[in-house]
Design a protein around this ligand. Structure first.
Ligand SMILES: [Zn+2]
Length: 449
């Protein structure tokens, strides 16, 4: 063991003893996109892009096709793997929506609910003594009595009441200071079809601000959980426009969520989203200082949204007393391999050499990703983004790297666009480093005088 590693080890032991941390775990699974027609003999109804291309599907096999959503057996294999990897200290499961394949959009509500029930059954068998906290995505049935009945095994009465109305709820962890706030991002997204959507969307804002105020008063830490979070999809629109369809937050909702996160960054211990079918993160700044992070987990479905990836599952390690996120392990399944074999892809802190999981550490990582000459760290980022589907970064030049950096650090739609248009202004606005330098300078002057 190197001396530096040894010191880190000793410090963390001391830290653990001093703070009496309770190390626990939770899974974050998202975008399962279950396709009941996956194995259907009638021309792969679910694999839309595959129709008529039988040669391709034969070659890759039935579970192993990047153009297909999740089969029942893929979901079962993920569940079996998670059951096997159950730490005794598994506290809960975050399940952030898009349960169903987008190819089921046109099917009737009854059929969709049955498919949701199939997936719910798999999860409740897998996590028989844990709670699963579901968030709704844009491909999911809207909140209803039927969904409430299905998920009442996991949610307390109070949560079920707000869930039935608007698809959002909060969970208070009885033995700790951690509060989980599950939002229905569909209410804030463009192109939603609910007639009472605007009213419900407004109600959710008021509810959220009130929940966060109460949490602050009670000294609780909060996890914000939703299907879609703030920020742009870098691979789709590279700053040309901010998408308002397909479950993305509207520009107004995005701006308001950023405002709320900034206002309550002292209370929010972390944000957990899915939706992008990519492994990435977003940072939120206040007066140039990184104040909050959002970690986006990759999808279970191998079918990409804009690009393709491997199926992923994420296990978080956290201090259940304080809610502080300590690390996560990302697991993946290489769909091009014959067997359904889940493996460790990476550990967040080890992979990127992070001191801890904090806005400051992730901001330093974003800085490294931006530096085009440090291709090593960017290659790691891009490989993770695609869940190791490809480790080739030759298709991403300096401009492309810069777009990734802008997506990570500019969650505001306008700021993202100007960051992409003007790399020089992005450099100039790195206020955290300037103010840190000024502070250091001031301290030096004080010491020397
Ligand atoms: Zn999705």
């Amino acid at each position: 063991m190197k001396l530096s590693n040894f010191l880190v080890y000793i410090t963390s032991l001391l830290w653990l003893n001093l703070t009496d941390a309770k190390i626990c775990y939770f899974w974050h699974i998202t975008d399962l996109h279950y396709d009941p027609f996956h194995n259907s003999p009638e021309f792969h109804r679910g694999c839309r892009h595959n129709r008529g291309n039988t040669e391709h599907s034969h070659r890759n096999g039935r579970h192993r096709d990047h153009t297909c959503d999740s089969s029942y057996s893929l979901i079962q294999s993920a569940a079996a793997f998670m059951a096997e990897r159950h730490p005794d200290t598994l506290e809960f499961v975050l399940w952030t929506g898009d349960i169903l394949s987008s190819s089921m959009e046109h099917l009737d509500g009854e059929f969709k609910l049955e498919a949701v029930r199939n997936v719910t059954d798999v999860l409740s068998r897998t996590f028989s003594s844990q709670f699963v906290f579901p968030a709704l995505g844009h491909s999911d049935p809207p909140p209803s009595r039927r969904l409430v009945d299905m998920w009442m095994q996991w949610l307390p009465t109070e949560a079920l009441q707000t869930f039935e109305k608007g698809g959002y709820y909060t969970i208070e962890q009885s033995h700790s200071k951690l509060r989980i706030v599950v939002l229905n991002s569909v209410l804030w997204a463009g192109g939603q079809t609910r007639t009472d959507g605007a009213t419900q969307g407004k109600a959710q804002w008021e509810w959220l601000e009130q929940v966060l105020s109460t949490a602050r008063r009670k000294n609780e830490m909060v996890y914000l959980v939703a299907h879609a979070g703030p920020g742009v999809e870098e691979r789709h629109n590279a700053g040309s426009s901010s998408s308002t369809g397909g479950g993305e937050l509207t520009p107004t909702a995005n701006a308001r969520l950023l405002f709320v996160v900034r206002a309550f960054s002292d209370v929010i211990a972390g944000q957990f989203y899915g939706h992008r079918h990519a492994d990435t993160f977003r940072l939120i700044y206040s007066e140039g200082r990184p104040v909050s992070w959002a970690l986006l987990a990759p999808s279970l479905t191998p079918r990409g949204a804009g690009s393709i990836s491997n199926p992923g599952l994420r296990l978080y390690k956290f201090d259940s007393k304080t809610g502080k996120v300590l690390d996560y392990t990302q697991y993946y399944l290489d769909v091009t391999k014959g067997e359904m074999h889940w493996a460790v892809e990476y550990n967040l802190t080890q992979y990127y050499g992070l001191r801890d999981v904090s806005a400051a550490s992730l901001d330093a990582l974003a800085e490294k990703i931006r530096h085009h000459h440090d291709r090593g760290i960017f290659a790691k980022y891009l490989s993770a983004l695609r869940v190791r589907h490809s480790t080739d970064i030759s298709d991403c030049d300096a401009a492309c790297t810069h777009v990734h950096f802008c997506a990570i650090t500019r969650a505001d739609y306008h700021e993202f666009r100007s960051c992409v248009r003007n790399p020089a202004s992005a450099l100039a606005s790195r206020a955290p480093h300037n103010s840190a330098a000024i502070l250091l300078y001031a301290i030096l002057i004080l010491i020397s005088s």
